[in-house]
Design a protein around this ligand. Structure first.
Ligand code: SF4
Ligand code: FES
Length: 232
């Protein structure tokens, strides 16, 4: 395949045209924050946290393919502020109580809040009335923590990689629910996979949430993005 040149933050990189900006940046140790993106699941570009300047316009890095001569800037003050405000909005919109959450220290939203040094959101908390669904034998869905990224729903509908969740309702009543057919025989390995698909603590594997103690988890040790930026 013929190579193309993409400039990221003023430096030229040789790459292939079938890649996204996010892929090229990550391969070259440039961290762009993500939330709705998960490797192996089709990107949808809904959370906007990966927004970069692309030829002078704001575009999502996870869904935008590179092309020859493209100029990308990943880290302006304006972009960082936008990302920080998205994180703040997500905190204000749900009920996120990090100190008591099973995903504390392994939550991408919390880790991004630390990265952006967010103490209190600028926006008023909504405190929505939402349920915790613990009816499933292996999983809990805590709707208070769901950021509606759809990572759990976009899992491919293949026997070895089934979709375990579905959307219910519409508009501001939308929420995820178990796909009863595909979760009927769920074992612990599948339940853990479901939990790991979620960027926050909305899907919890029953009796396993605290197996790794808080303080020894992924982002307790290394801030989000440090694996890509090489600062671990
Ligand atoms: S449960 Fe988790 S993965 Fe599914 S939509 Fe909510 S936040 Fe995203
Ligand atoms: S990670 Fe790109 S839009 Fe959500």
């Amino acid at each position: 395949m013929s190579k193309i040149t993409v400039t990221i933050n003023g430096k030229a990189y040789l790459t292939e045209p079938d890649k996204t900006i996010l892929q090229v940046a990550t391969e070259n140790k440039i961290y762009i924050p993500t939330l709705c993106f998960l490797e192996g699941i089709k990107a949808q570009g809904s959370c906007r946290i990966c927004t970069c300047m692309v030829n002078g316009k704001m575009m999502t890095a996870c869904t935008t393919p590179v092309n020859d001569g493209m100029e990308v800037v990943t880290n302006t003050e304006e972009l960082e502020k936008l990302r920080s405000k998205i994180v703040e909005l997500l905190f204000a919109e749900g009920n996120h109580f990090c100190p008591s959450c099973e995903r504390s220290g392994n939550c991408e939203l919390q880790a991004l809040a630390y990265r952006y040094k967010i103490m209190v959101p600028e926006f008023d908390y909504i405190y929505p009335a939402r349920d915790v669904d613990a009816i499933h034998p292996k999983l809990i869905i805590d709707h208070n923590r769901c950021i509606l990224c759809k990572r759990c729903i976009r899992r491919k509908k293949e026997p070895e990689n089934p979709t375990w969740f579905v959307f219910e309702n519409r508009g501001n009543k939308v929420k995820i629910n178990f796909d009863k057919e595909h979760t009927a025989d769920m074992d612990d390995e599948m339940a853990q996979k479901a939990m790991d698909t979620c960027p926050v603590g909305a899907i919890i594997h029953k009796e396993k949430g605290y197996d790794v103690p808080i303080g020894r988890r992924k982002y307790d040790k290394n801030p989000i993005g440090s694996d890509i930026e090489g600062k671990e």
